[in-house]
Design a protein. Structure first.
Length: 295
């Protein structure tokens, strides 16, 4: 959606709220900042959750992210979900020119600081990757939810023990059922935490001609199948790439797959609506809208 620019995403946010969707997620990609964009949407009185999916931890100290998140929450109300992730080794090393080192330790240090700051305004943690010692007045009294992009077993266990859940990409119902849900739910239960959210995100495209649509998605999203963490999830699912994983077909097919996701252990589904023309876009949104209200 960020290809539509800031104004386009803000328009889409307003439409999604009016339609009654339960959550809206903004990707942190390129040079558009997700939290700034959500803050610009403001407090509208809607209960629709506003989430980031996801902010790279390597690029912001947890104190800076806490300040941005609490300021955003003060502007949008108590409905913010701060989705974070360690990104991918090629991006960290090749674009950021940073050293990729012990990503699980990196995340646990990050969470130790971030969650304390979001809860109380203060944190004291000396870690091998991140450290902070200090306290300030919070601009917003509420506590934003925190979720992490977790795919591997170790990161899923961190998500279950320390956060409100996980945000998934390139993960289908088979993998959620056999891998994601069992690991994160077991970790949360062992830590005496509430059942975590498992947010599944996949492109959805209602069409009577699925093969060209799948080929198009495979082409524009080909990079994901080359990243090791996503590749492992797609191998578990038994698909080559997002052309195969995406939910593409007529209304009955899309409803069946979304029903499979609903019973897989996923607690939330955030689609990436697609379409090759206005008619397909409208059909896709109609199916999603109908299923939302049917649930």
């Amino acid at each position: 959606m960020l290809t539509h620019g800031v104004a386009g995403v803000l328009d889409d946010l307003r439409v999604s709220e009016a339609a009654g969707f339960s959550s809206y997620w903004v990707a942190q990609v390129g040079l558009i900042d997700a939290l700034t964009l959500l803050a610009a949407h403001g407090a509208t009185g809607s209960p629709m959750e506003l989430g980031t999916a996801v902010i790279s931890t390597w690029e912001r100290h947890p104190h800076m992210l806490a300040a941005q998140a609490l300021t955003t929450q003060a502007l949008v109300g108590d409905r913010l979900v701060v989705g974070i992730g360690v990104n991918h080794q090629p991006h960290v090393e090749q674009r950021l020119r940073l050293r990729w080192d012990r990503p699980v330790r990196h995340m646990t240090d990050y969470l130790a600081i971030l969650t304390d700051l979001l809860e109380s305004g203060g944190a004291s943690h000396q870690g091998s990757a991140w450290s902070f010692d200090g306290a300030d007045a919070k601009p917003s009294p509420g506590i934003p939810k925190v979720m992490i992009a977790a795919l591997g077993e170790q990161m899923l266990r961190v998500a279950g023990r320390r956060t409100d859940g996980t945000i998934l990409w390139c993960v289908g119902p088979k993998t959620i059922r056999s891998h994601i849900a069992p690991v994160i739910n077991e970790a949360a239960a062992a830590a005496d935490r509430p059942p975590p959210a498992i947010v599944c995100s996949i492109p959805v495209w209602v069409t009577d001609d699925p093969e060209p649509a799948r080929a198009f998605l495979a082409m524009i999203l080909a990079t994901y199948e080359t990243l090791p963490s996503y590749r492992a999830m797609m191998d578990r699912e038994g698909v080559q790439g997002l052309g195969d994983l995406s939910i593409v077909g007529n209304e009955d097919f899309v409803r069946d797959v979304l029903g499979d996701i609903a019973t897989s252990g996923a607690t939330d589904f955030t689609p990436v609506p697609m379409g090759g023309n206005p008619d397909e876009e409208a059909r896709t949104m109609t199916v999603l809208h109908d299923l939302m209200h049917a649930g």
